[in-house]
Structures are given as C-alpha cells and as structure tokens.
Design a protein around this ligand. Structure first.
Ligand code: COI
Length: 376
C-alpha cells in the first residue's frame, strides 16, 4: 500500500474492497421507502443503510476496516473534534450509467487532496487504497441506493475526525475515518438556474498560511455568517475576496468561480494557498483548453469584474464544485454595486461545460482523459 497518489487499477480494486468486513444491517430500509426517497432526493437529507469506517490509533495505525450499519456515533463530550475542529472531508459522487454499472470521477484526486488536508490538520493520512476501497465497499453494499434519474447520483462524503476524548491542544492520538452516502438530485432546490452572488467586504474565508486550501469543516463554519449576510442582501451565495488586499476574487462558500470574457478567454482565481483546489475546477480547466480556448489562472480583481459587467466585457460567470457541478451566476452584488451578468440567463459556455462534464460522468460521452473509475 502507498500513501502517494497513484491510479487504482480495476484488477486491484477487488483486493482493496475485500479488506473491508461487511457487517450488514439486519434492518435495511424497506424497498418502497427507499424507492420513495430515491424518487426526489433533496441534497443531503437522506442516507443509505450503511457507512464505511476505519479507525486509527497512534500506536497501531489504521485498523478495523468495515462497512457497518449507518447510525449515530456515540461521542464522549470531551472528544477533541467537538472542541478544536480537527476534521476534514471530501465530496464525491457515484453515477449510474445506462447499462447499470456504477462509476465515480477522479477518485485519486480526492484521495490526494484528502491526504493534503489531513497533513494540514495534523491528522493521519489515509492511503489512496483505503480511500478508494472504502468507497467501493460502501457503494457495492448500498448499490440499490444509487439513483438513475437525470442529474441524480449517490453523493459520497468521506470524512475524518479527532475522536480522542482529551482537552489538551495537540493532535489527537485516536481518529475515525468514515464514508457516508446520500442519494441526491440537483444541489440547488430550483435545479440548474442562475444563482446570485454577494461579494463579502467584511469577512474572509481564509488567509495566507491558514487552512484555505484544506477541505476542513472550519472553513465552511467560517462561511456561514457571511452566507447569511448574502441572503439578507437578497443573494443566494457568498463570494470571498483575498484577506491580504480585500480586492481579488477567491471562491464561494463551497464552490470555485470562473469568469468568461467577451474575447472567449476563461479566467479563474489562481491557487494561492487560500483557495480550495477543486477537482471540478481542474477538470473544467482541462475541458475548456481541449476546445482551444485560452484558460487563465490569475489574480482576478473584483474591480475589473464589476467594470466588465458594466461595459459588457464580462460575458459569463459560473461556479463549480462536485455538489453543484457547474452553476450559472446571473447576478453579482456587493456594498456598492449590483449587476446582472449579461442578460441574467445561463451562459452558452457555462452550459456547454456543464453538459460536457456531466456527459462524461454519466457515461454518455467518451472518457477521453481516463477520469472515470468503475465501482460496481
Ligand atoms: C462538494 O461540492 O462536494 C462540497 O464538498 C461542497 C459542499 C459545500 C457541498
């Protein structure tokens, strides 16, 4: 086994899954109830019958790989994560293809980011093999929960937390890794329609040397108050600026951002250490470049975008992430500005990128970059 990033070959997957002891529930959800839940899943509200789990002890390393009944965790009130937020997570999806096979998208990238996040939060790294093995073991156990509707998928949420009951401030000597699964439809209740964005002037998500490029719960906790402020200002989502100069676009509460100019070039904030390195973000950069378009990762001044919206040189803005896929932005507002993006409708490139990406993920288009991995 290795902790460095590598591709898991189809013939290796069986051995990785076999490491997980499946302790199936004797109270599975009745078929009719499951079918009802699958018919119109609202994001993150319904969970499958099982969860994958691996425990870590400082003296023994990772042990007890299993798939067990989904259910509440019993935690000592002194459990370290409840006090110091030593926690990380990932977001992935399992997609059902027309022939009934089930696939996931670039899991090695999520595994590598999970290991980077673990390092930043002083948590132990889970191997790529265990990460992918746990996901495949869970999906195979709860295969009946993978929805097959348009834009539906089984959302996978691997996470790791400090489980040691100890109030001293130091890396925990006991850690739990789990993966849970939730059948989902579109992330936004209204489906794929443009969202409005409020640019926060008062709050930042992350600063230099902080945890901005780690996928840790604390970053999302810090986004909740500004997100509420966005909603109070009539917007759906918040966008953060850099903490040093308060002038460059960084990212939304849970999504990366792209700006399309009238010369056809596509721009996204460069990775400065305080922005999450999105798997969807990097895939879009690749797909857009494949079409011969110029893609630019750079510092993007808010001022430039606001001026571009006013004079029409900014043609499209979109947000992206595993959960939200590619979501058009129809309005950008802040303390001193409020602009509709072009005519407020989903942009042409935005929707083309969304279609191309989802066609690959759902097996409707050739996987020319070798991004898909069969789970079942
Ligand atoms: C994802 O896109 O999967 C994420 O983890 C973001 C989360 C806010 C839903």
């Amino acid at each position: 086994m290795t902790t460095t990033s590598h591709n898991v070959l189809p013939e290796e997957l069986e051995d990785l899954v076999a490491l997980f002891d499946v302790r199936g529930t004797d109270e599975p959800t009745p078929d009719a109830e499951r079918e009802e839940a699958l018919a119109s899943p609202r994001f993150g509200t319904v969970f499958t019958d099982h969860m994958a789990r691996v425990s870590w002890r400082q003296e023994d390393g990772w042990l007890d790989r299993r798939v067990e009944k989904y259910g509440p965790l019993q935690l000592d009130p002194a459990t370290a994560v409840l006090h110091y937020a030593q926690e990380i997570f990932e977001g992935m999806k399992a997609y059902k293809h027309a022939d009934g096979s089930v696939w996931t998208f670039r899991p090695e990238s999520n595994a590598a980011r999970f290991a980077r996040s673990a390092h930043r939060l002083a948590l132990p790294a889970l191997t790529v093999d265990d990460f992918i093995g746990s996901i495949a073991a869970l999906v195979r156990t709860d295969l009946a929960w993978v929805p097959d509707g348009e834009d539906s998928s089984l959302y996978l949420r691997p996470f790791m937390f400090a489980s040691e009951p100890f109030l001293g401030v130091r890396p925990a000597a006991q850690v739990e890794y789990l993966c849970i699964a939730s059948p989902v439809g579109p992330y936004f209740a209204g489906g794929v329609k443009p969202v409005s964005i409020w640019v926060s002037q008062d709050y930042h998500r992350a600063g230099p040397g902080g945890t901005g490029d780690a996928k840790c719960g604390g970053n999302y906790a810090a986004s909740l108050l500004p997100q509420t402020e966005a909603q109070q200002n009539g917007c759906d989502q918040v966008c953060f600026l850099d903490a040093t100069t308060n002038s460059y676009l960084e990212e939304l509460g849970g999504m990366n951002i792209f700006v399309v100019m009238d010369d056809g070039t596509v721009h996204t904030p460069e990775l400065t250490g305080s922005i999450l390195e999105g798997v969807t973000r990097s895939s879009i950069l690749r797909l857009v470049a494949d079409h011969g378009r110029e893609v630019v990762e750079r510092k993007i001044p808010l001022e430039e975008v606001v001026a571009g919206l006013a004079d029409g040189s900014v043609r499209e803005i979109f947000a992206c992430g595993t959960a939200a896929v590619v979501t058009p932005v129809g309005r950008l507002a802040g303390g001193t500005f409020d602009h509709t993006v072009a005519d407020g409708e989903p942009g042409e490139l935005t929707m083309a990128v969304r279609t191309e990406l989802t066609d690959i993920q759902y097996g409707r288009a050739q996987d020319r970059h070798g991004w898909m991995r069969r789970l079942a």
